[in-house]
Design a protein around this ligand. Sequence first.
Ligand code: NAD
Length: 286
Amino acid sequence: MSSISKVTVLGTGVLGSQIAFQTAYSGIEVSVYDIDDAVIAKARQRFDALVETYEKEVPGAQGRADAALGRLRFFTDLGAAVADADLVVEAIPEVLELKQDTYARLGNLAPERTIFATNSSTLLPSAMKDATGRPDRFLALHFANQIWKFNTAEVMGTADTSAAVFDAVVAFASAIGMVPIPVRKEKAGYVLNSLLVPLLNAAAELAAGGYADPHDADKVWCTATGAPLGPFQIYDIIGLTTPYNILSHGDAQMRQLADWLKENYIDQGKLGVASGEGFYIYGPAA
Ligand code: NAD
């Protein structure tokens, strides 16, 4: 049983909308905060689209998904949004100063009991903990895109996070249908990206270097390990632009791989599943 019954989600973009919706779908009241009314209006559309997605893709969601909308309340006033929160999940843009400023405001506005969790993919919680004014009640809770299907929640504290807070957030993640993954020490990339990024980079090296075709690399990976998807199928699902952006900020070898992705795929509009073609052909653009 989770002790967390009132949740506020900051940011209603790709991930924030999914986290808020999944939480409401699980029966919890959710306050949703974003910067202005125009963004909130877009968020309402995102939530309506999520009802349809859940009804199509989540077994048993017919009728239930619609009810989740009734558990969402919308705010553009941060103080009002967090006034009674047990947990605030932050999913605002990946900009350290923006997150630090937001935590400094939150620290003054939220009740003392409120736990803060960042969904940041690339920033370590220790870079934000001091801004919160309550480092013992702050940690990372990292969801994956398409939370209803890819339902991991990596829970990662700093050296200052209290054990009770860590456990409460693990229990919350279970309560909303996630598979919680405790990360025992702070680690850039959590567990998932610590495994996935080297695999994807190694696959690109094999193909860009002319050692193996992408489809054959996937074939050996799936046949020999029993994995359901090969690295190039995963590239296509993620979309090639994100790995391209990461590689282009790396060392000389990584930048070569970025160029290879750009010249052979991205420049030809082959961006992955969403564009209808990447390393594989999927038909009309989704
Ligand atoms: P996004 O750009 O889709 O959404 C960000 C939202 O934050 C927007 O609605 C924006 O209006 C709002 N916002 C901007 N400034 C704000 C502020 N000061 N206070 C409150 N809201 C503000 O971003 P996203 O892709 O949802 O990413 C959000 C966070 O989730 C990032 O930290 C990212 O690393 C993490 N994340 C993203 C993914 C992904 O696949 N997109 C996966 C896991 C984690």
